[in-house]
Design a protein around this ligand. Sequence first.
Ligand SMILES: CC(=O)SCCNC(=O)CCNC(=O)[C@H](O)C(C)(C)COP(=O)(O)OP(=O)(O)OC[C@H]1O[C@@H](n2cnc3c(N)ncnc32)[C@H](O)[C@@H]1OP(=O)(O)O
Length: 438
Amino acid sequence: MTGANVEGVSTSMNSLEYRTFHAGRDGDAPDAPTAGWLEADFLGFHGRKPTPAHAAAVAGYLVADAQELTGVYDTASPKHSLHPDIPVATFASFEKPLTVSPGVQIPAHLISSVTVRATHRRRGILRRMMTDDLGRAAASGFAVAALTASEASIYRRFGFGAATWVHDLTVDTDARFALTKTPAGYCSVVDPGDIPAIAPDVFDAFHEAQPGSIARHTAYQDRISGRLTDEGEEDRARRAAVHYGESGEVDGYVTYRFSGWESKPHAIEVTDLVAASADAYLALWQYLASIDLTTRVTFSSGAPDDALRWALVDPRVVTVTNVEDRIWLRILDPIAAFTARNYAQDGTISFRVTDPLGFADGSFRLSTEEGAGRLERLGSAPVDIEMDAWVLGALYLGGADARVAAAGGALREITPGAAATLQRLLTPAVPVYSNTAF
Ligand SMILES: CC(=O)SCCNC(=O)CCNC(=O)[C@H](O)C(C)(C)COP(=O)(O)OP(=O)(O)OC[C@H]1O[C@@H](n2cnc3c(N)ncnc32)[C@H](O)[C@@H]1OP(=O)(O)O
């Protein structure tokens, strides 16, 4: 669904040129536009200046994911400024499937690498890049756009609402750590270099069943295995283990590193933990807890509804140290989006959406029956609920509670009790969660 013909140049009043192009390579190296764009991207996210090898690897990821890049070029850069081929702003978008109900995926338009140089900020560059890009995505037929946000105060104005969350977990793995029963299957330590061959099948099985999950971009395999970190180096401290289910197939893996002898208490820091079965998930935690000379495990992408607490003799060994929004969703085509997902309960509710960018603006009636949903446009008939486009994005998967949104003033009930009805209809088959960041 990625737009095939996005290349273009346009000049604004004030010497800024917006160019959109596909990530490309010359041999192994990034091509000239991609090389300049990468320099700006690394600058914007406070990364080190990339070495030629690191730039080549990252260009390879961008090309593999068919990323569309936008660079904004200042044609009036002063003397000694960074080379004018290094843009003052970056923006990237690409397509990956989003699981909206167990077994149901839709193509999502993912937005990433948004940077504006400090000397050019707050002049509307992000607004222009975002509105142009969302317009192209809607014209290409995407029902939803998604991003992970550096700051929570930026993206509501563009119709994005936080729809999934992750928990930072600290688990004490001293003598108090014990599961109430032993999970089926067994774990084995593997070479982290084998993870890129093992992880995709496990992730796919997890992703297929998990509402809120977004398929991973190409960089993930090197990142989780430690072959090439975001700093452009191999992490030789990275370790890995897998879980074999009763069939003998791998159905879960974990990658991690030791926090160092100077850290107190000595801890294991989990980079990635993906399980396609409940036994795999619990067994991998038991494995982590059994690593000698350590008494703590930390994991920054835990599911808010975590089975571990239910499986522990003493659930207080788990501390949630932070709660963070993960996937932000923007509905571009409400009818396509709401028809795609499944519904556990039958019913009807109507709502009016205010969308300054227009994509989701209007009044709608949602009718659900025997698992399927139908969304139809209403004319000027009265509705049960009013909300802004970002609230619709937040509520779409059912992970955010409409009643709580109403209590917070984000959703206006016209018909008393309508928020509870909406929540009943949108409640997902299993709690939403995504362990992917992009
Ligand atoms: C999906 C991702 O990639 S998340 C990563 C985002 N990037 C970063 O955090 C890197 C560092 N920050 C930056 O590069 C820039 O400051 C950006 C990209 C956040 C903002 O770019 P700018 O060009 O300055 O934004 P722009 O001038 O278009 O502002 C658009 C609107 O967002 C608001 N806005 C911009 N930045 C912020 C912010 N950090 N917090 C709150 N509001 C903001 C502006 O006030 C403006 O509001 P309005 O149009 O409703 O009046």
